[in-house]
Design a protein around this ligand. Structure first.
Ligand code: FUC
Length: 787
C-alpha cells in the first residue's frame, strides 16, 4: 500500500471521527434545577480579565464580579540583607547532621522581614490578597402576577461550555423569565440580558457593593462604584472603578438611591464595566469607553463576537471518551451517579476535561496575568492563601494542561510574570545566599514578592525557579518557537546560575548538593527523634537541576551562545546526585538521607518531580526508578487535597496504569460543600465542578485536565504514545481531535476496544515522527497543516 493511500484513509477516518465528536460536544453543559445555595454552586464565567459568577436566585440574585488584577498590598523589599553571612554556619550544622539547629537559624534569619503572607491572611499586609471586585445584586418582584400563581416552575440554570454563556430560566404564573450572562470576549464587559415572555412583566432593581472600601453613586440612569484597597503601609493601594448601565425594552428605567430600578419592562440588558489602575492610569476612562462601545452594538452582535472569539480557542480540541448516558442528569445528580457507577458515564471526564480548557481560556488573557490560586474567581476580600502564586507546585500545575490541550498562547502570561520576577529575585538571591541568578521562594504576588515566606518549614523551599522554568521550557518543546526560546533564555540561565551558586560538596557522598534546602512542605525525623525540614540535597532539587541544566545546555546550543556557561553546566551534571535513589524499603528517597517522614501520607510528593512534570523517570528508560515511584505512591496512599489527587493521576498515567489514574479521577469527583482549609484527605469537587481542596482551588481542575490528556497521549519520551494509560472505562470506543504533542504536532485518533483504529499526526511542515500505536513503534509521515 502506498503512503498517500494510507494518509488518505487516515484523513477520511479522522473526518468521520470529527463528526462524531462534534455531536458529542453539544452536551458540554454544567446545569442545575435550582439556584445555587452557596458560592461554590454558582457558574463561573470569565474572559481572562473579568469574572462573573451568577447564583440564579429567583427573588434575589447575587452575582460575584471579579477583575484578575484587583489586589491589595504593594511592592516591598522584605529581604534580610545580612542573612547570607550565616550561610557557613548553617551549612556546617547541616553537614554535622544538626538539621534542627540549622533550622533554628533559618527560621530566624532566612525568612522575610515583616509579616510576609500574613500566614496566608495578608489582605491588610503589604503582601496583599487577591480580592472580590463587587457583588451585583438583582432584586426581582413579580407584582403583576397574581400571588396565588406565584409558584415557580421549570427552573433551569446552565453553563454552556461551547459558547461560554450561562442561562437561567423559570416560569412564574404564566410568564417565563430568562437570563443570559456572559463576560464578553468582544468588548470586555459583563453582560446580563433578562427577558420576560410577556410584555411589561419585568420588574427589578440592580445594586452593586463589596464587603469593604467602596462607594456607589447613581447618576444619569447608571451606577458607579469606586474605591481604593489597602496597600499595607497605611496609605492607599490599588484603585478600581466600575459602571453598571442598562438598556431596556418597554417600561421605565430610573435610579432610586443607589439602585437602578427597572419597571414594567419586557427586556433588560445590564452592562457592567470595571477596571483597576494596575498598569493603567486612565482606568476610569477605559472602563467608560468599554461600556460605551458594548452598548453601541446590538446585543446579538456583541454576543456573536463573544462566542466567535472564545471558540477560536475552545474549538481546537474535541474529546469523546465513549458513552455518556448521564447527560440528561443535572450536574449534582450526575456526580452522585458517577460515584455509584463511574463506568456508565464517560461523558463526565470528557466534560471535566473541556471544563478545564474552558477555565483556562476564561481565566487567562495574553498580555495580562496568569491564573491565581482561584483562577480569577473569588468571593472574599481575604481569599485563601491570598490567592497568590504558590511556586512550590500550584502555579505550575495550573499550566500543565495548556500545551497538550492546544492553548499554547495561554502559557505566555506566566512567562511574563516570571520575567518580571528576575529583578527582585536577583536581589533576594544575593541577600540570602550571596548567589548569582534569581530566586522566587514559595509565595509570589502581583507585586513581585520573591523573598522567603515567614517560616522555614514551608517558606524557604528553593524549587520555585527550576519548577517554573519547566513550564517555560514546555512551551518551547511544544511550539518549537525559537524567538520565544531566545526571550526566555536569560530566565532559564538565571535560575540555573542560582542553583549553581547554592551547591556545596557533601563530604559524605562527594556530590555537589544544594544547601540549605528542603523538600516542599514535608518534614522528617532526625536520628535523635527531633523533627526538621531543612536539609541538604533533597531529591527534588537534584531532579530540577538535572532537568534545568540539561535544558540550558540544549538552549545555548540552539541559540549558539554562552559556551562557557554551557561547559559549567555540563560539568555540574556529572557532580550532582542522580535523578533518584532507591531506599532499603524500595521507595524513592525524598531526601539525601533515608529519613522517615513525619507525615507518611503527605499531600506533596515532590521527589516524583522526575516522573512528572519532568521526564527523568520513565518505565522504559529507568525501570528501577519507575518501580520505586510506584512503591512511593502506594505508601503515600491515594487520598489528599484535590490537587494532590490530580497529581497522583498524572503519576499513574506516566506509569501507564490507566485504571489507577481513573480510580483517582473518581476520587476527585467526590462532591463536597465544605470550604474550610484542608491539608489532608477528602479533596474533591463542588457541585459546579470547581475543585475543592477544600477550599476552592483551581489547580485541582487544571491538574485533572492535564491528567486526562496524559491518559490519552504522551510525548515526553522522544515519541508520541497513543492511549498510554487508557482505563477500562474508556476503552470501548472514543476519539479525540486536536491534542498537541511535543515538537508542534497535532494528533487526531479514534479507538475501539482499547486499540487505536485510526490516527493522524499533523504539523506545519511535513516530518517523520515516531509514534507508539497499540504497543508497537512506528515512524509516520505527518500531514501538513497551517499553524
Ligand atoms: C500548598 C499546598 C496546600 C495548598 C497551598 C495553596 O501550600 O501544600 O495544600 O494548596 O499550597
Amino acid at each position: 500500500m502506498n503512503k498517500s493511500f494510507i494518509a488518505g484513509c487516515l484523513l477520511l477516518s479522522s473526518l468521520i471521527s470529527i463528526e462524531k465528536v462534534s455531536a458529542q460536544d453539544h452536551n458540554l453543559k454544567v446545569w442545575f434545577t435550582r439556584p445555587a445555595r452557596q458560592w461554590e454552586e454558582t457558574l463561573p464565567l470569565g474572559n481572562g480579565r473579568l469574572g462573573m459568577m451568577p447564583d440564579g436566585g429567583v427573588q434575589n440574585e447575587t452575582i460575584v464580579m471579579n477583575d484578575i488584577t484587583l489586589w491589595s498590598g504593594s511592592p516591598q523589599d522584605a529581604n534580610n540583607y545580612g542573612a547570607y553571612k550565616r550561610l557557613p554556619e548553617v551549612r556546617k550544622l547541616l553537614f554535622e547532621g544538626k538539621n534542627d539547629q540549622a533550622q533554628e537559624i533559618v527560621n530566624k534569619d532566612f525568612i522575610c522581614r515583616g509579616a510576609g503572607s500574613g500566614n496566608g491572611n495578608g489582605a491588610d499586609e503589604q503582601f496583599g490578597s487577591y480580592q472580590i471586585l463587587a457583588n451585583l445584586h438583582l432584586a426581582f418582584n413579580y407584582l403583576n402576577t397574581d400571588s396565588s400563581q406565584r409558584n415557580i416552575t421549570n427552573y433551569k440554570r446552565t453553563l454552556d461550555l461551547n459558547n461560554a454563556t450561562a442561562t437561567c430560566s423559570y416560569t412564574v404564573g404564566d410568564v417565563t423569565y430568562t437570563r443570559e450572562y456572559f463576560t464578553s470576549f468582544g468588548d470586555d464587559v459583563d453582560i446580563i440580558r433578562i427577558t420576560a415572555s410577556k410584555p411589561g412583566q419585568l420588574n427589578l432593581s440592580v445594586g452593586i457593593d463589596r464587603p469593604e472600601r467602596f462607594s456607589t453613586r447613581a447618576m444619569a440612569n447608571r451606577l458607579e462604584i469606586s474605591g481604593q484597597l489597602k496597600d499595607g503601609k497605611g496609605a492607599g493601594g490599588m484603585k478600581y472603578f466600575g459602571i453598571v448601565d442598562a438598556k431596556i425594552k418597554d417600561g421605565e428605567l430610573r435610579t432610586d438611591q443607589n439602585r437602578l430600578v427597572i419597571s414594567n419592562a419586557t427586556e433588560a440588558i445590564i452592562y457592567v464595566s470595571a477596571k483597576t489602575d494596575f498598569k493603567d492610569k486612565a482606568f476610569e476612562t477605559h472602563a467608560k469607553n468599554l461600556v460605551a462601545s458594548a452598548m453601541a452594538k446590538s446585543y446579538q452582535a456583541e454576543r456573536a463576537a463573544h462566542i466567535r472569539n472564545f471558540q477560536k480557542l475552545f474549538n481546537r480540541v474535541s474529546v469523546n471518551l465513549g458513552t455518556n448516558r448521564s447527560d440528561e442528569l443535572p450536574t449534582d445528580e450526575r456526580l452522585a451517579a458517577f460515584q455509584q457507577d463511574p463506568g456508565l458515564d464517560a461523558g463526565l471526564p470528557a466534560l471535566f476535561f473541556q471544563y478545564g480548557r474552558y477555565l483556562l481560556i476564561s481565566s487567562i488573557r495574553v498580555g495580562l496575568l496568569p491564573p491565581n490560586l482561584q483562577g480569577l474567581w473569588a468571593n472574599q476580600v481575604q481569599t485563601p492563601w491570598n490567592s497568590d502564586y504558590h511556586f512550590d507546585l500550584n502555579i505550575q500545575m495550573c499550566h500543565w494542561p495548556i500545551e497538550v490541550a492546544n492553548l499554547p498562547e495561554l502559557d505566555l502570561p506566566l512567562a511574563s510574570l516570571v520575567k518580571g520576577l528576575v529583578k527582585n529575585g536577583s536581589r533576594t538571591a544575593k541577600a540570602y545566599y550571596n548567589a548569582d541568578g534569581w530566586i522566587a521562594h514559595v509565595i509570589v504576588n502581583i507585586w513581585n514578592f520573591t523573598e522567603p515566606g515567614e517560616a522555614a518549614s514551608w517558606g524557604s523551599t528553593k524549587v520555585g525557579p527550576g519548577w517554573v522554568c519547566n513550564n517555560l521550557w514546555n512551551h518551547y518543546l511544544y511550539t518549537q518557537d525559537r524567538h520565544y526560546l531566545a526571550d526566555i533564555y536569560p530566565v532559564l540561565k538565571g535560575a540555573a546560575a542560582f542553583y549553581n551558586s547554592l551547591l556545596v560538596k557533601d563530604p559524605k557522598t562527594g556530590w555537589m548538593v544544594t544547601s540549605p534546602s528542603s523538600s516542599p512542605e514535608n518534614a522528617f525525623y532526625m536520628p535523635n527523634g527531633h523533627i526538621a525540614s531543612i536539609c541538604i540535597g533533597p531529591t527534588i532539587d537534584n531532579q530540577i537541576m538535572r532537568e534545568l541544566f540539561t535544558n540550558v545546555i540544549t538552549a545555548s546550543k540552539l541559540l549558539g551562545n554562552d559556551a562557557g556557561f554551557r561547559l559549567l553546566m555540563e560539568k555540574r551534571l556529572t557532580e550532582i546526585p542522580p535523578a533518584g535513589r532507591v531506599a532499603a524499603d524500595g521507595r524513592l528517597m525524598e531526601w539525601l538521607e533515608d529519613y522517615k517522614e513525619t507525615e507518611p501520607h503527605h499531600r506533596h510528593i515532590s521527589h516524583l518531580y522526575g516522573l512528572y512534570p519532568a521526564s527523568l523517570i520513565t518505565p522504559e528508560s529507568t525501570p528501577a526508578l519507575a518501580e520505586a515511584s510506584k512503591k512511593t505512591l502506594e505508601a503515600r496512599g491515594d487520598d489528599g487535597t484535590s490537587w494532590s489527587l490530580a497529581y497522583k493521576m498524572l503519576f499513574w498515567s506516566r506509569l501507564h496504569d490507566g485504571n489507577r489514574a481513573f480510580k483517582l479521577y473518581r476520587d476527585l469527583m467526590r462532591v463536597t460543600l465544605k470550604t474550610g482549609i484542608n491539608y489532608g484527605a477528602g479533596g474533591g469537587v463542588y457541585p459546579n465542578l470547581l475543585s475543592a481542596g477544600p477550599p476552592f482551588q483551581i489547580d485541582g481542575n487544571l491538574g485533572g485536565t492535564a491528567a486526562i490528556a496524559e491518559m490519552l497521549i504522551q510525548s515526553h519520551a522522544g515519541f508520541i504514545d497513543l492511549l498510554p494509560a487508557i482505563p477500562d472505562a474508556w476503552k470501548a470506543t472514543g476519539d479525540v481531535k486536536g491534542l498537541k504533542a511535543q515538537g508542534n504536532f497535532t494528533v487526531n485518533m479514534s479507538w475501539r476496544d482499547g486499540r487505536v483504529t485510526h490516527f493522524e499526526v499533523l504539523s506545519p511542515t511535513v516530518k517523520r515522527v515516531k509514534v507508539r500505536v497499540n504497543g508497537s513503534m512506528q515512524t509516520v509521515t505527518t500531514r501538513k497543516i497551517n499553524s
